[in-house]
Design a protein around this ligand. Structure first.
Ligand code: PLP
Length: 396
């Protein structure tokens, strides 16, 4: 395996040199105003990236999965009903976590490759006249299938049903890469991690709580200690944590947010869309199909690509690692062996994407798939030539 090549897994993502340096810090007193100078700006910047003016941001030494647990355990009680669709491995895992915490999950089985069924949610929520459903848990970007869901539509379904359930959104592979609107969509808890759109090593769970979610912490009785947001808030008031924070990662987060905000969020989203369109042009030139059912659900951070029947898609990933030192993502769960994934999020340029597309082509040709070398690269090149990158605004 080469450390020189970019990775094309959908997280962890490539770490820019400046962020690697930002994480590499001498020890400081993590209960001191100096730590506060890292902590408070990081929380304020995350709030901006969530497009929120009111979200309370908490940052745990953990990963995205810990963010799921933070959302559930702070706001809900055993036996509470929650509504969730299962359309991939990540939505499946969050559902599994709900069940392990004794929540009663109303699961809407959804074909892998499709988005969350907001219309069906409206029916279910309308029928729930006694408001037994306490939360809708939604995976914004299903990383296993490369499917983006319409969170605004889920909010609309809740409003149309005049239902007071909270809306929890997993934005682990969308936040900081694809448009995410905490306030406008009426999100109550947003969950992400450090190692995808934020371009950092794994190690932080990053969550935003709405006022309503903070209110729910007063009635929720699920046990919580490590992920207790009130303990955390008390620590923050004293420039500290209830335990030892990951100071270097927090410093990295601060700088990552600065980078993203300097580029401009809309420019970041446009860059991801443009790179993704090039990858999709390549897939189409190969004569292959995405797992995502139609363009309205195409993810701009990861593409899951179906390979022909009888071919094990995982072989592409193994071969790419062994022969070319390049990492792609394997298919997970129901689509294991049926798809391979190209992650295209975080610190990535069109030129880097072209190297991934070229490598995927070599692998598929090596393994006997009927792929014309250069076909996908040409399609992506044409797309990138015809759709120049948005000029970066001056940092000042
Ligand atoms: C990566 C990912 C997770 C899990 O995050 P970890 O940081 O690995 O715990 C959850 N949800 C989605 C959508 C993801 O892409």
């Amino acid at each position: 395996m080469s450390f020189q090549n970019p990775v094309f897994i959908p997280g962890p993502t490539n770490i820019p040199e400046s962020l690697r340096k930002a994480c590499d810090m001498p020890t400081i007193d993590h209960r001191s105003p100096l730590f506060g100078q890292i902590l408070h700006p990081a929380r304020a910047s995350v709030q901006k990236i969530l497009k929120s003016k009111c979200a309370e941001v908490f940052i745990f030494p953990s990963s995205g999965t810990g963010g799921w647990e933070t959302a559930l355990t702070n706001t809900l009680s055993a036996g509470d009903k929650v509504l969730a669709a299962r359309n991939g491995m990540f939505s499946h895992r969050w559902i599994d976590m709900c069940q392990r915490h004794g929540l009663n999950v109303k699961i809407v089985e959804t074909p892998w490759g499709q988005g969350l069924p907001a219309d069906h949610y409206e029916e279910i929520l309308t029928a729930d006249a006694n408001h037994e459903i306490k939360a809708v848990i939604a995976t914004h970007n299903e990383t296993a299938t490369g499917v983006k869901s319409d969170i605004a539509a889920v909010r609309k379904a809740l409003n149309a049903a005049k239902h007071p359930a909270m809306l929890f959104v997993d934005g682990v592979s969308s936040i900081a890469s694809m448009d995410f609107r905490f306030d406008e969509w009426g999100v109550d808890v947003a969950v992400t991690g450090s190692q995808k759109g934020f371009m950092l090593p794994a190690g932080l769970a990053i969550v935003g709580f709405s006022k309503k979610a903070m209110e729910a912490t007063k009635t929720g009785t699920l046990p919580r200690t490590f992920f207790d947001v009130h303990d955390m808030a008390k620590g923050y008031a004293n420039n500290a944590y209830p335990y030892t924070p990951a100071v270097g990662l927090m410093n990295g987060l601060n700088q990552a947010c600065d980078m993203l905000l300097r580029e401009g969020l809309e420019n970041v989203f446009a860059r991801h869309y443009r790179i993704a369109e090039g990858v999709r042009a390549a897939v189409s030139a190969w004569g292959l199909e995405l797992c995502a059912a139609n363009p309205s659900v195409y993810s701009d951070t990861v593409s899951a690509i179906r390979t022909p029947d009888g071919f094990d898609a995982t072989d592409i990933v193994t071969h790419a690692a062994e022969k070319y030192g390049v990492a792609f993502g394997v298919g997970l769960g129901e689509v294991a062996g049926k798809v391979f994934r190209i992650g295209h999020l975080g610190s990535l340029t069109d030129v880097m994407a072209l190297s991934g597309i070229a490598t995927a082509e070599m692998c598929m040709a090596d393994l006997g798939l009927n792929i014309q070398l250069g076909s996908g690269v040409t399609a992506a090149q044409e797309y990138y030539r015809g759709h120049p990158a948005v000029a970066q605004k001056d940092a000042a």
